[in-house]
Design a protein around this ligand. Structure first.
Ligand code: PMP
Length: 442
């Protein structure tokens, strides 16, 4: 999404959102838009969740804000406990911030401080993947592999190595087994660690299911386990960025639970506040926390609004909806229906190259030629045309121009609310198919 600066320029271009009802957003003209992507994978409970709204009203009546330099709060403590209770093994501590980029910045700084505390000051290098997005602040932007976003700020970015993504549709060679492909691309991490010198490498960061830059691309089975082994062999921290794919989006509270992998740190945001409040979190292992606790005793980092009571209250209510109201199995069931509907409607489409994803996190990749997988000419800006056409038919989806082997390609990301009904899944897929066809002839 472009960084809109509010004011006259935005008013001319965008409709005014004035209301929300379940899976729909409503504009000032009374037009309804089915929110097929939760904005950018944010609104996982839709737009009028009674329990979250009630929790926010109650928190506001009690306490809006207390600075974490002076107080902790029930809301923040309860949230940290619940996030840890459900987290992969070894994850024991939570650092609450206001969004995804802040969580990633905190992860990079925590990694650095950890190695100072344990007497390995040479470790400072970060390895990430080419097809990735980790946020727009300078540290997070440096970690991300999106060339277009990085280009004009490159002199300001810390040096990061970027290895290949695990992107089966384009990366797996003919005749290569899925297992061998996973091993080959994971092997790039080991080669890069050795090239840089293991004693200088601090962390590897990756999205378990790649979101904005690729359109819901999960790693092949076994890939993340190999990555974990490689990190362990070289004493490198594994940071999994679940800002988009976490908080139930894939049908598991943390996406990496499905891969059977425990990272050293996890970043989350988006679905954690579900759009009701801006909130993100960095979770870390007990080992990292202990090293800092025994060393300097505090993490040298912080933001004014971290652990905000209103944000924590919203997140507690969101987590309770996801975990206590049976939404995880629902995401898995509705996700399968969405996948089946996409395949039945678009599976044979001459310009749909791939349909993929997990849970209610799905991607559709558009190609000029299905046989050669050649993407459309970027000058055509197909993704932007799909977004416009979709809004015209009353659908919010998240089309993006990703980078494919240095060239721009087009995909549509779908991340509807977990409460989406069967009928709404039908409507989403119908409207998407119409929008794609209109964009192709526009
Ligand atoms: N990491 C990932 C995987 C993301 O998808 C995003 C947002 N699209 C971010 C980090 C940055 O989050 P935010 O926009 O909340 O700063």
């Amino acid at each position: 999404m472009p960084g809109h600066i509010f004011g006259r320029s935005t008013r001319a271009k965008l409709p005014f959102a004035v209301g929300g009802e379940g899976c729909y957003l409503i504009d000032a003209q009374g037009r309804r838009y089915l929110d097929g992507s939760g904005g950018a994978a944010v609104s996982c409970l839709g737009h009028s969740d009674e329990k979250v709204c009630a929790a926010l009203h109650a928190q506001l009546d009690r306490l809006a804000f207390a600075h974490t330099g002076f107080f902790t709060t029930e809301a923040a403590e309860a949230l940290a406990d619940r996030l840890v209770e459900e987290a992969p093994e070894g994850i024991e501590r939570v650092y609450l911030v206001s969004g995804g980029s802040e969580a990633v910045e905190a992860a990079l700084k925590l990694a650095r401080q950890y190695f100072l505390e344990i007497g390995q000051p040479a470790r400072h290098r970060v390895i990430a993947r080419r097809q990735s997005y980790h946020g727009n602040t300078l540290g997070a932007l440096a970690a991300g592999g999106n060339e277009w976003r990085r280009a004009q700020f490159s002199p300001l970015l810390i040096e990061t190595s970027h290895i290949s993504p695990c992107y089966e549709y384009r990366g797996r060679e003919e005749g290569e087994s899925v297992e061998a492909y996973g091993r080959r691309v994971a092997g790039e991490l080991e080669a890069e660690i050795n090239r840089l010198g293991p004693e200088t490498v601090m962390a590897f960061i990756a999205e378990p299911v790649v979101g904005a830059t690729a359109g819901a691309v999960p790693a092949v089975p076994g890939y993340l386990k190999r990555i974990r082994e490689i990190c362990d062999r070289h004493g490198v921290l594994l940071i999994l960025d679940e800002v988009m794919c976490g908080m139930g989006r894939t049908g598991h509270l943390y996406a990496c639970l499905e891969d059977g992998v425990s990272p050293d740190m996890i970043t989350i945001a988006k679905g954690l506040g579900a759009g009701y409040q801006p909130i993100g979190a960095l979770l870390c292992s007990g080992a990292i926390f202990d090293a800092i606790d025994r060393g300097s005793g505090f993490f040298q980092h912080g933001h004014t609004y971290m652990g905000h009571s209103m944000a924590a209250a919203a997140a507690n209510a969101v987590l309770s909806r996801i975990l206590d109201d049976g939404l995880l199995p629902r995401v898995r069931a509705q996700g399968q229906k969405l996948d089946a509907a996409l395949r039945s409607r678009l599976g044979q489409h001459p310009h749909v190259g791939d349909i993929r994803g997990r849970g209610l996190f799905r991607g559709v990749e558009l190609v000029e030629n299905r046989e050669t997988k050649a993407p459309f000419d970027p000058a055509r800006r197909l993704h932007a045309r799909i977004k416009t056409a979709a809004m015209e038919v009353g659908l919010i989806c998240y089309p993006m121009g990703g980078t494919i082997d240095g060239r721009r390609g087009d995909h549509v990301l779908l991340a509807p609310p977990f409460i989406i009904s069967d009928d709404e899944i039908g409507e989403l897929v119908d409207k998407l198919a119409i929008a794609i066809d209109r964009a192709l002839v526009a």
